[in-house]
Design a protein around this ligand. Sequence first.
Ligand code: BYC
Length: 475
Amino acid sequence: MRADYGEKIPNNVGLADDRRLQRALESWQPRFATWWAEMGPEIPTRDVYLRTAVNVGREGWAHFGHVKVPDYRWGIFLAERDPDRMIGFGEHKGEPAWQELPGEYRAELQRLIVIQGDTEPASVEQQRRLGYTAPSLYDLRNLFQVNVEEGRHLWAMVYLLHAYFGVEGREEAGDLLRRNSGSADSPRILGAFNEETPDWLSFFMFTYFTDRDGKYQLGTLKESAFDPLSRTCEFMLKEEAHHMFVGTTGIDRVVERTAQLMVEHETDDAGPHGAIGLNQIQKYLNFHYSVSLDLFGGETSTNVANYYTAGIKGRWQEDRRDDDHRLTDDAALVDAVTGTGNGEQSIGQTEVAALTALNSDLRGQYTADCMSGVKRWNKILAGAGLPHRLALPHHGFNRHVGVFADVHVSPDGRVLDDAEWEHRVPGWLPTDTDKAHVMSLMRPVYEPGKIASWLAPPRNGIDGKPFGYEYVHLT
Ligand code: BYC
């Protein structure tokens, strides 16, 4: 279906032909606008050079231009429908994908869509003050880009709730704007989305590690038998790639600058020279990776087994898996913490039904992907002639969900007692001193072509424009 851009809500779902749905979404629209004004990016701008999704086809789906941010055209776009699409896994494998909501899975689908929807505005809330400390106009523009697209992803989930879940869906859509990140009374659903993103190192880590959880979760929902959800997630993944690019290249640039100053000053600690110490980068990495691992849920989960069997949440790249795509007779190994005779605990593995191990399966795919970033950053360090290296901590480190929630695990994978953990943790997670140092570097640089001291400029600008382009006009 062609994109209708003349509508109040740009869409390619034929909204003009469904007056009830159109009215419902048009009544949600001003609430979104109010939320954006109150909880979205705080820094006032005249306009920002933004990408706007205008279509879903291969021949080009986005338009770039300076936009007044409150006038951004948040639209509803689903990837094109494949009329022959079949369900790829679970007990309905081989049946045609569902175009309508199946009554028996209504509650589960609603829950998954609400959890997904809840993360999108949460991240905007977490990042709302970052504009005041942007290290360059290029970075400020990227922040706005990420924020407006998270807003569009919220629209994507709100569309599904309104279109398929009746009164309950409309209520849930309202609640997505009522809950707020970090709120004591009505926090966001998942832990990582109630953490602060107070500085740009945290922002780059968040877009690298937490947005990457988004990539993997959306990848599993793209496999869903519920075709509207699948098509929605497929298109969201397209936008998501830029968010992770911001994280990957952001951390590249921080590491590059730190390495440069370490070499220049022949020191292990570039902190006193206007950069972020490598040790501090490692601690921020440890924090964001471990918090993001919690987003995969428990190592074993009956929820995930039920989702898979029902056909509503698949595996990452389901069609590339060489098995029966039902998994009813399969086993898998998952992490387990076991006690030894002398009261000590160690980390091992235990065999469980493969269906219940799917959170672990997805987490494993995610970790392998995260490793590629670490390799990149280590190449930068090696290229600078430095022997130092960054590393992912053990997946049991600093966990609050799953089998590791009740034990302390060191970054190298040893179970520690409380006393050793307390003693060692300041060396592994950002301390108040580390945070204060990073914050002290967060001074805004709004002059086109200029960049803050603590990171290198990007290799390329956006949409073929140079780094020095006026991506943002502040008021
Ligand atoms: N915090 O059976 P389990 C993104 C709860 S990010 C708090 O293991 P399950 C984005 C769980 O709800 C991607 N609670 O859980 C990134 C359950 O509660 P009940 C977001 C948690 O269901 C950046 C209980 O603990 N999308 O898009 O197998 C910027 C037992 O857990 C947490 C999705 O997550 C937690 N971290 O797996 C913007 C996809 N983890 O049932 C956007 C949709 C678990 O006992 N969600 N619990 O009351 C899901 O697929 C699953 O719900 C989860 C959890 C993977 C999150």
